[in-house]
Design a protein around this ligand. Sequence first.
Ligand code: C5P
Length: 411
Amino acid sequence: MRVVLGVSGGIAAYKACSLLRLLTEAGHEVTVVPTRAALEFVGAPTWAALSGRPVAAGVWDRVHEVPHVRLGQQADLVVVAPATADLLARAAHGLADDLLTSTLLTARCPVLVAPAMHTEMWTHPATAANVGLLRSRGVHVLEPASGRLTGADTGPGRLPDPEEIFSAAMALVDGRPGTPQQDLAGLQVVVTAGGTREPLDPVRYLGNRSSGKQGYALADVAAARGAVVHLVSAPTELPVPHGVEVERVESALEMQEAVWRAAAGADVVVMAAAVADFRPARYTETKIKKRHGPGDEEASPTVPLVRNPDILAGLVQERGAAPRPVVVGFAAETGDADGDLIHHARAKLARKGCDLLVANEVGPGVTFGQDESTVHLLRPGTDEPRRVGPADKRVTATAVWDAVLEVLQAR
Ligand code: C5P
């Protein structure tokens, strides 16, 4: 197999020597394409000796062979390790200002990218957006490992072990599991997450216990499977998943505006957020104070509430008979004297008119704030709900996206 090993300019470039060894020992013909910065870390003689081939470093070398298109055209696999933040940015935006980025533009084979950089660079929204763009085009971007970085600091950003990159690369070519399938590539999805805060005065709000973990897992899994993800997030402390564009909101009304805007042109809207059903009827511009006059010790204010709009039901109504967006609702349910969880979930599915309802089993210490959940997936017109879990919220997220794909395929 003809492999192009792209190396960009980070300290982890030395680890690419081991990866190169693994590739050549497996019998592959590897051409190393280091960027100029990579050559500051590991010199051309090392690459040439280890690969047994000349190093392809510049677009101006051996011009008669037209290397800037030939290498990419002839490759069966391109692996970039390490990929710096700069390389990801150039690749995401289609720049072709050196041999490696030109090769990435001309390659039509599987492309695997293994980023390595400092945590701040990896978690910067610019890098996250670039990773999202690359994934949406079918490039397989590995998650960096966590641990000791170049200096004394630690965090996500380490290049995964060469063995791990090697097996991900081989899995990619064979179509074996190991890297997520890009079966959501080309889809624009909107995910809501977290619990809304309904402001009462400048210091107080009405809130709920939603952690946002399920919504963030949904966004993360969708991005890893190639979707372009717009996450509308009520306040949480969770890190933004890679490749996901996040829009932060607080109240139900703000969430409604953001969702309506993002839903135009979206293929799927997943409403995992816990949206408050009520908000204080009036926002008080100044802090509501305790009074200290005679008789005031007993007095306490009454806070009238008004209903919030149902964002989900509004979306379904607005969509009418149009096939898109597919709308997915969530329901946190318990059984009671009127019926079991499934009975209540079916009623909600009918009331909301959505295409898929994810019913969560809730109870003391169950689901809210936890890493695991048990869900039942219900679709209109199908008899048996599908039960998933108890399982990590990423696993339930995967099952939800599988079900969404089925809905899309049935249209
Ligand atoms: O009616 P209930 O709040 O149980 O419905 C939950 C589902 O409806 C969730 O998907 C939630 O995001 C959505 N919802 C909404 N707008 C509201 C209340 C809930 O979109 N005001």
